[in-house]
Design a protein around this ligand. Structure first.
Ligand code: AMP
Length: 549
């Protein structure tokens, strides 16, 4: 396809305000593109390479302006280009405003001559440009770009400039391309969508739809070495999740950076959440996978920074390592990173995207013999709260709740993976009673009854049993013992004196406690030594918070 024909279509698409019409125009463009379909399917989105491909043009605006200036002739310099940019507001319009190519030759007369650019030739030149590296590469890139602009008609220059700077601005999003592929080759949108999720390559998917139809699309498989968009999580309360699912898989939420690790048995590739190749920055992850992963696999996980004892460090430490290209060895001495794997998309020749999480996690544990995320399957809110308290105590960010029956949806932020919403504001509650523990814990208090202040005294709002370490239980028992007023069986009451700061997920109206409210997922945060019972939070505040939620 002539690049001029592509540019003409791009201009029509840009001028078309209606979504449906835009899809038809993109469909027509695809049908006209012949052997260049794959490149056209990317150019139309302002991309030169597939999303998973690590190649980048790495051309900044100033190089692009300099190339435009040179092609525009001896009387134009980069400042002129920038002045026009200030006037016109957009690089494509600026590029189209010049008369290029004193040396244009045949193409100037009627196009299609020996010198006319094709989509394929533009792509080849841009690929050469992307491969230009090292000393002097800026100059070589400028020369290549100049060569391209110098052959452009104004409309071609408009879209070339925009493709080079990755902002095509013709209103074609991923959904439009998906629908246009479906319309052009008469295949179901869902099949196109799925193939896109699996391959991350609009060019490949367009060609597959054209050459192999629905069966080809549905048969698109993962490829070890080609990253997939990561499945994402949504913030939600644990109670909603437990109500909806039979049970929840509860996992630690690690405070690091997302990675997808591809291991084909001889090479390890590590990709970031944006599908960037970060392998070189993380040699420990590469070594770890070589040593501990038995079979070719695609693993999903988090890279965390750890101290000498293997305890997690804040995520800022990971960032110091993550995209580092130079002095990796030195950086590695300062901060050690480790992989925490929590999902498996492919194992030993088998794609697992459509397998339930339960099975994927089993496969993960069978191919990787270390650092697999620990998790609990439960339908019990208490177990979730305890798991969370342990995770927080261990210095992690929190917990994730996942539906064990759910499949892996690349690139989707859905309800199958939930990051538990952090607690809202905490409440300072008076401890009005407790129960002695059982067994090993018979001589310390286990569950604490907490209350809020009213005009007439204190009214119960819940019980706190989680978030307290064994050591803290000893201290709390010593602190509260002098305040015991009555004791009956395991049950004790206290005079109102000690104030706990309590975290919770939400406040609900409830007949169970005198206040008429209950805290869901109450969690001990600490003792408010600085507060007396009189300073505890009031029922008024609880009502206000309940109303606000
Ligand atoms: P957020 O970045 O707050 O949207 O939270 C989602 C992110 O948490 C994911 O993209 C992962 O990078 C990270 N994460 C940490 N631990 C897990 C886990 N066990 N399962 C899934 N994602 C996790």
């Amino acid at each position: 396809m002539q690049f001029g024909a592509f540019a003409t279509r791009a201009a029509e698409i840009e001028d078309e305000p209606a979504d449906l019409e835009t899809v038809s125009l993109v469909r027509d463009l695809f049908l006209e593109s012949g052997d260049d379909l794959a490149v056209v399917a990317r150019f139309v989105q302002g991309r030169v390479f597939p999303a998973w491909d690590d190649r980048k043009l790495d051309v900044g605006p100033s190089t692009c302006y300099a190339a435009i200036a040179r092609a525009a002739g001896p009387n134009v310099d980069s400042d002129d280009v920038e002045d026009r940019l200030a006037d016109l507001g957009e690089v494509g319009d600026v590029a189209a405003s010049y008369e290029f190519g004193g040396q244009r030759g045949l193409a100037a007369f009627g196009g299609g001559g020996a010198d006319a650019m094709t989509v394929a030739s533009v792509y080849d030149d841009l690929s050469t440009l992307a491969a230009t590296d090292g000393e002097g590469s800026e100059g070589t890139k400028l020369d290549l770009l100049f060569g391209l602009f110098n052959r452009c008609e104004p409309n071609e220059a408009r879209y070339l400039a925009r493709i080079v700077l990755s902002e095509i601005r013709i209103g074609v999003g991923e959904g439009t391309v998906r629908d246009a592929i479906a319309a052009a080759y008469d295949v179901p949108t869902e099949s196109v969508e799925r193939a896109l999720q699996v391959s991350n390559d609009y060019g490949l998917v367009a060609e597959t739809a054209r050459d192999e139809g629905t069966a080809g699309l549905d048969g698109t498989t993962l490829e070890v070495g080609r990253p997939v968009q990561a499945m994402l999580a949504q913030a939600e309360t644990a109670s909603d999740a437990l109500e909806e699912w039979d049970e929840a898989a509860v996992e630690t939420k690690f405070d690091g950076a997302r990675v997808q690790v591809h291991w084909d048995g001889s090479t390890v590739d590590v990709f970031s959440r944006n599908l960037e190749d970060v392998t070189e920055a993380l040699p420990e992850v590469v070594d770890f996978v070589r040593e501990h992963c038995d079979a070719p696999a695609i693993l999903d996980g988090e890279v965390v920074a750890v101290d000498d004892a293997g305890e997690p460090l804040p995520f800022q430490q990971v960032l110091r390592r993550f995209r580092r290209k130079h002095d990796v060895a030195k950086a590695r001495e300062d901060v050690t990173v480790e992989l925490r794997a929590f999902d498996c998309l492919h194992a030993d020749g088998v794609d697992l995207l459509d397998a339930p999480l339960r099975d994927r996690h089993d496969r993960l544990a069978s191919v990787l013999d270390a650092n697999v995320s620990d998790r609990t399957l439960t339908d019990d809110p208490e177990t979730v709260a305890e798991y969370e308290a342990r995770a927080l105590d261990a210095g992690h960010e929190g917990i994730m709740l996942k539906d064990p029956a759910s499949t892996y949806s690349p690139g989707k932020r859905g309800r199958n993976w939930l990051k538990r919403k952090p607690d809202v504001e905490t409440l300072d509650c008076v401890v009005v009673g407790a129960e002695w523990g059982e067994g090993r814990r018979a001589n310390v208090f286990g569950t604490f009854r907490i209350a809020v202040r009213t005009d007439d005294g204190y009214e119960g709002i819940g019980k706190v049993a989680t978030g307290v370490t064994d050591e803290e239980l000893d201290d709390l028992t010593d602190l509260l013992r002098p305040h015991v007023t009555t004791e009956s069986g395991r049950d004790v009451t206290f005079d109102p004196a000690v104030v706990f700061e309590v975290g919770y997920e939400e406040i609900q109206p409830s007949p169970t406690y005198e206040s008429g409210y209950a805290l869901r997922f109450p969690r001990f945060v600490g003792v408010r030594d600085d507060k007396d019972a009189d300073d505890a939070d009031s029922l008024d505040r609880v009502e206000r918070l309940a109303g606000l939620q």
